[in-house]
Design a protein around this ligand. Sequence first.
Ligand SMILES: NC(=O)c1ccc[n+]([C@@H]2O[C@H](COP(=O)([O-])OP(=O)(O)OC[C@H]3O[C@@H](n4cnc5c(N)ncnc54)[C@H](O)[C@@H]3O)[C@@H](O)[C@H]2O)c1
Length: 374
Amino acid sequence: MLGLVEFIHSSLIFVTMKTSPVFLDTKPVSYIIGDGALAYSKRLLKDFPRIIILLDENVKEHCLPVFKSFIPEVSISGVICIKSGEDKKNLDQARYIWDELTKMNVDKDALLINLGGGVVSDIGGFAAATFKRGIPFINYPTTLLGMVDAAIGGKTGVDFIGFKNQVGLFIDPRSVVIDPVFLKTLDEKQWQSGFAEVLKYGLIIDRELWKILRGKKISDIDNWNEIIMKAARDKIDIVKSDFLEKGIRKNLNFGHTIGHSFESYFLKKDKPITHGQAIAAGMICETWLSQKIYDFEDECLEEIVNMFDINFDRLDISEDIIPTLLDLMRQDKKVRKGKLKFSLLRKIGKAIHHVEISPEQVVGSLKFYMNKSW
Ligand SMILES: NC(=O)c1ccc[n+]([C@@H]2O[C@H](COP(=O)([O-])OP(=O)(O)OC[C@H]3O[C@@H](n4cnc5c(N)ncnc54)[C@H](O)[C@@H]3O)[C@@H](O)[C@H]2O)c1
């Protein structure tokens, strides 16, 4: 018997257990979320004759010992260690994984565990889905960003000739096991990066989450288990209703059209910033655009901008790079027939997608960001 209470919410079945993790049996993926998830997950693994773990060198040092100590009875047949970092999310490393799986004589009965942040789950899901036309995989995210975003939703892939996520496919893992225990060794920069995505859920779909967080600095937050559970469920709800991103899933792109241009700009300058830093800046600009279009109260704009300002430093950019940023935005996957399409806010907790924005409006939002002017 799994748990105490079963209830239906947004077409998902949640089973609340005596221990605190939540088991979501949502076909074809099951989720275990919250403190205790790692220990609980051993029952997902028992039917696989061979288990291979994919990780990077930092995860090998910090998280593999945690994994082994919580579920010592799980026998691991092999470990594949890739190099960490976004610049390593490429076909060479996917090839390395295929090589290792081949050397280990892995067949379709085996399970690949992606233990790591978004780089590991993106490349691991891609490698698993394409090896022998697909072997099963389970994501065990170890970064905040992985827990609330990258490990959920079936987007897998690699970067290619300088373009992010250029080659890849939608393919769901068997399960996603989200246990905050792994976060103990995560550095401040990576916490902050994931926090930007948490704030995004508050703004686009979850007013209650925004209310819990508003006005707080990341260092003041102590109820991470609750926050991760809420944010992960928000993402699950969205991808469950629109797996292939035909409609509502596009709302997750709030902050990302302008944010990605910042991310690419700094990457090209060889001064990479985290995804979260870029998206936080993008959300400031896109909140300004939202207010111009949907005319919500000034206090609301102020509240959102202040929340980002107390948690993220403004990026060091000036107006002379605006044409470069616009060019980068035109290369975005969301551009259709040369038009810039945005996901914006109607109000806190409600987003809208496919909003066409002119280059002049984008320039206005960038100037607002750079000049910190109201
Ligand atoms: N598939 C999706 O839907 C989706 C969504 C968002 C982001 N992403 C992708 O996710 C990637 C970013 O993910 P990320 O922010 O997790 O970065 P990451 O995977 O590069 O991890 C960040 C760093 O933290 C280290 N690390 C991981 N867990 C640790 C731990 N517990 N303790 C100490 N160090 C640890 C890693 O080795 C790495 O150096 C990007 O490639 C992005 O494109 C994918």
